[in-house]
Design a protein around this ligand. Structure first.
Ligand SMILES: Cc1ncc(COP(=O)(O)O)c(C=O)c1O
Length: 368
């Protein structure tokens, strides 16, 4: 990406011109056969990127938090207890959402930059009271990636559903929803999927679909009712006529279809490798400039976002401001970490060249 400013924030990311062109097209009617075909392309692309050959994709206007809220409203019942792994700011948001839809929430928390170990999660799940285990795949406040495969396995072994916030992961990290047995994987479009913000994405596995079908109590939220959305998605997949819940943002869905086509053209594993490589270069460059990486172990490093404490005498807010003056947008820390660290996104269409440009700008900024 060469467009100024260079978007190196952890979302929204810069979009390719062909993705932006889809936004500028005349809106199609949501029952137009051409739009039905667009939706079917999105389903195919999502199944590939989410590692979900038999998963049920769900797409509606909104964002990642709405996807998470719909999953909680539709799959949790008022008396349920949920175990949440809290790795940071977005883990805490997940807790707030779950509290709106379940009676009891047990939280496993760890220090910033660390991960809650799998055996600790398993010890809690063994108590057998949990309907679901919830966590995020990549915590955007710290750049820590969860051990998703292990967590999904222990949840499955103890009969708990796995609800995952994959907003900062999918498209840049390996996601194998089916092989790992993740029941609900939630996402949005504006991060490693490299489309504009505005859609809520979910991938539902077979257990989640079964629970939805057999649910007896009212889902508290018309728009949040995944049964309605699954029915609508199926009507599109069958080739129409579509059964609508609410008017879809047809242009955004077309932009997502274009971006998913680009991902398929690049090849999913090539794309993950590219993310892995550029993340490595970013981390090494930051360390060389005197930054300290937030994740406490190299196995926690995310491909999509890096959080790093700034060197002494270089407050993050100044650095972010000066970088913006040089045409490179990066983000400060969240909450109490606002002035202590920077967060840099390297996902979607970000290239090695973009990472080098960013590091160069950082080098110039901290030496002046
Ligand atoms: C890990 C994580 N979860 C959830 C969200 C919220 O997603 P959205 O802004 O699409 O609602 C974000 C946004 O930055 C995020 O980074």
């Amino acid at each position: 990406m060469t467009d100024k400013p260079l978007m190196m924030v952890p979302g929204p990311v810069g979009c390719r011109p062909n993705v932006l062109e889809a936004l500028a097209a005349q809106p199609l009617h949501p029952t137009d056969p051409r739009y039905v075909e667009v939706f079917r392309r999105v389903f195919k692309g999502m199944r590939g990127v989410f590692g979900a050959p038999k998963g049920q994709p769900v797409i509606f206007n909104g964002g990642g938090l709405l996807a998470m809220e719909a999953a909680c409203a539709s799959l949790l019942e008022p008396d349920d207890e949920v175990l949440v792994v809290d790795n940071g700011f977005f883990g805490e948001i997940f807790i707030q959402i779950i509290k709106c839809h379940a009676k009891r929430v047990t939280v496993l928390i760890t220090s910033f930059g660390d991960r809650v170990p799998t055996d600790k999660v398993e010890a809690e799940l063994r108590k057998g009271r949990f309907k679901a285990l919830a966590f995020n795949h990549v915590e955007t406040s710290s750049g820590v990636k969860a051990q998703i495969e292990e967590l999904a396995a222990v949840a499955q072994a103890h009969g708990a559903l796995t609800l995952v916030d994959g907003v900062s992961a999918v498209g840049g990290e390996v996601v194998e929803q089916r092989a790992w047995g993740v029941d609900v994987y939630c996402a949005s479009t504006q991060k490693a999927l490299a489309a504009p913000p505005g859609l809520a994405l979910l991938m539902l596995g077979s257990r989640a679909l079964e629970i939805l079908e057999n649910r007896k109590t009212l889902i508290k939220g018309f728009y949040l009712d995944l049964r309605k959305w699954v029915d609508s998605m199926r009507s599109y997949e069958e080739g129409g006529p579509p059964r609508l819940v609410s008017t879809p943002s047809t242009n955004l869905v077309m932009a997502l279809a274009t971006s998913l086509d680009d991902i398929v053209t690049e090849g999913i594993s090539n794309r993950i490798q590219r993310h892995h490589r550029i993340a490595d270069v970013m981390r090494s460059g930051l360390v060389a400039h005197g930054f300290t990486l937030v994740p406490k172990h190299s196995s926690f490093f995310a491909n999509t976002v890096t959080a790093a404490y700034t060197p002494e005498g270089a407050p993050a807010s100044n650095l972010v401001k000066q970088m913006a003056q040089q045409g490179v947008l990066i983000a400060p820390g969240i909450g109490e970490y606002r002035d202590q660290l920077v967060r840099i996104g390297h996902m979607g269409g970000v290239t090695l060249e973009d990472v080098k440009t960013t590091l160069q700008a950082i080098g110039q900024t901290i030496t002046h």
